[in-house]
Design a protein around this ligand. Structure first.
Ligand code: DQA
Length: 143
């Protein structure tokens, strides 16, 4: 069972970036939590971060995974291209956000990704990724 985790733009700045909204953990801290949880769950995980829409699309198109967990950052609200890539690859995707995007500015409520995802986990900080791993494993196990 191979799961790819994709972190989108500006998530490389976690720890310094608006800590009141996104918390104080760095991306490295979050990735270590993801790797530890994946190990415990018996999941093979591969993690990438990019600020570039094209690089995210290339990673999705590769399709070398059974499911993917994606925090598209601000591309959530703008990128029909990422939406189309997810639709094309037709593997289960879980949309993740650290913050609760429905509790913030109006423009964050619109997600192009939600329409092509199994579900969205939003508002639980780093825990959102771990909940997404659990959800992905359940989906892949047929549950
Ligand atoms: C985010 C929410 C987005 O609206 C924002 O643009 C981000 C981070 C989150 O994880 O809460 O970059 O995806």
């Amino acid at each position: 069972m191979k799961i790819v985790v994709i972190h989108g733009p500006n998530l490389n700045l976690l720890g310094k970036r608006e800590p009141g909204v996104y918390g104080t953990l760095t991306l490295g801290d979050i990735n270590r939590k993801i790797e530890a949880a994946a190990f415990d769950m018996g999941i093979e995980v591969s993690i990438m971060q990019s600020n570039s829409e094209g690089a995210i699309i290339d990673a999705i198109q590769k399709g070398d995974f059974d499911a993917l967990v994606i925090n598209p950052g601000a591309y959530t609200h703008t990128s029909i291209a990422i939406r189309d890539a997810l639709s094309a690859v037709a593997k289960p995707a879980i949309e993740v956000h650290l913050s609760n995007i429905h509790k913030r500015e109006e423009f964050r409520r619109r997600s192009y990704i939600a329409e092509v995802s199994e579900g969205q986990i939003s508002g639980f900080g780093a825990e959102s990724y771990l909940l997404a791993l659990t959800a992905a494993k359940k989906i892949l196990s047929g549950g």
